[in-house]
Write a protein that binds this ligand. Structure first.
Ligand SMILES: Cc1ncc(C[n+]2csc(CCOP(=O)(O)OP(=O)(O)O)c2C)c(N)n1
Length: 363
């Protein structure tokens, strides 16, 4: 583990943050990147079925996660592993989901990268674009009605602003002044659809005006700027001043998912241009200017992350798949005759007997 060396500060650290906070953010961003890297490699090796990464978007995750606390709620898309990691979802639980093994919380019934963490207020990820917008707003309305503590962070992409749920969620949030922060991760692509074909507006944050609340655009590659904006939004939500649309402008530097080839629709030069503002480098430069950078962070945190990941992979792989009979549990309180018949058929098949209904399943 790296030792922090604090030399005489050149620039003051802003936003009430300390040197330790900056180091913790950097470390969390390194872990997020290493996790994504491992996820893609596991998929390419045929060890897991699917992966969707967040390479280049680490600051959007750690900046907002750092602003949250245990009373808050997180409704993410499939592209925010850093939120889950930072808000305390165990790495092993996440790896078990990637392998869809028998220890997976949802027993392999979700795709990989669809995490869930009840204790951490981390809501089950939906693949369906925009779902988490209305789920998050509903939760925030509930918090307000019950007078509970906490705010909701709900994450969406630029593509999700074209979903019907965007209008429904934003409108209800504005009318009810629900304590919700819409974290709009504008990574400029919805798979292969560029932002210019998604919307006619210049700045997505402007859409908040139509719903009667504040929208601001922030440099999504600068974790300190993201943190400051998220803290402001949280303060407003807690003070009863309602929602904020936080547009974090960034770039999806990797493929949409393991099923995508971005070279089909954009140039390497464009990606390289954005990587000049790699969020890890941006934070490193900030830390240098504060006089708190230590070169060993780069190597030590990567080594630490890779060791943790290697261990989690080994453990997740050692656990078998969920057994077939879990298909029939946790779905209905009472099993219908149809389900009972299907269960019997599979059991017979498993025991090497002929299927009762060979060639067709009873409907
Ligand atoms: C309702 C719906 N329509 C289409 C899809 C297929 N789909 C999966 S991801 C995606 C792009 C989403 O883009 P964006 O909201 O910008 O988020 P990003 O993937 O860039 O993080 C689409 C269209 C879907 N999952 N759900």
């Amino acid at each position: 583990m790296a030792q922090k060396t604090v030399s005489s500060s050149k620039k003051p650290i802003p936003h009430g943050l300390s040197a330790d906070d900056c180091v913790a953010m950097y470390r969390a961003m390194v872990l997020t990147r290493a996790y994504d890297d491992r996820g893609f490699k596991l998929q390419r090796q045929g060890r897991i079925g699917f992966y969707a990464g967040s390479f280049g978007e680490e600051a959007t995750q750690i900046g907002t996660a750092y602003a949250g606390d245990e009373a808050d709620w997180y409704f993410t898309s499939y592209r925010q592993p850093g939120i889950a990691l930072f808000r305390g979802l165990p790495l092993q639980t996440m790896m078990d989901n990637l392998f869809c093994n028998s220890r997976d919380v949802v027993k392999g019934r979700q795709m990989p990268v669809h995490y869930t963490g009840r204790q951490q207020h981390f809501l089950s990820v939906s693949s369906v674009i925009g779902t988490q917008i209305i789920q998050g707003v509903g939760c925030a309305m509930g918090i307000k009605i019950k007078g509970d503590r906490g705010v909701v962070f709900t994450y969406l992409g630029d593509g999700a602003t074209s979903a019907n749920d965007f209008h429904s969620g934003m409108n209800f949030a504005g009318v009810t002044k629900a304590p919700v922060i819409f974290v709009l991760v504008n990574n400029q692509y919805a798979i292969s659809t560029p932002l210019s074909k998604q919307t006619a507006v210049e700045v997505l944050a402007d859409k908040a005006k139509a719903y009667g609340f504040l929208g601001i655009q922030v440099d999504g590659n600068d974790v300190l700027a993201v943190y400051a904006a998220a803290m402001d939004a949280k303060r407003r939500a807690e003070a009863g001043e309602g929602p904020t649309l936080l547009e974090l402008k960034t770039y999806r530097a990797g493929p949409h998912s393991s099923s995508d080839d971005p070279s089909r629709y954009r140039t390497e030069e464009q990606t390289q241009h954005w990587l000049e503002r790699d969020p890890l480098t941006v934070l490193k430069n900030h830390m240098i200017s504060f006089g708190i950078w230590d070169d060993t962070y780069e190597t030590c945190f990567v080594e630490e992350a890779n060791a943790m990941l290697g261990d989690a992979v080994k453990q997740a792989e050692a656990v078998g798949e969920p057994s077939w009979d879990t298909l029939f549990t946790d779905v209905y309180t009472y099993k219908s005759q149809t389900l009972a018949d299907q269960e019997q058929d599979i059991m017979a098949h498993e025991q090497g007997l002929d299927l009762k209904n060979e060639g067709e399943f009873p409907l």
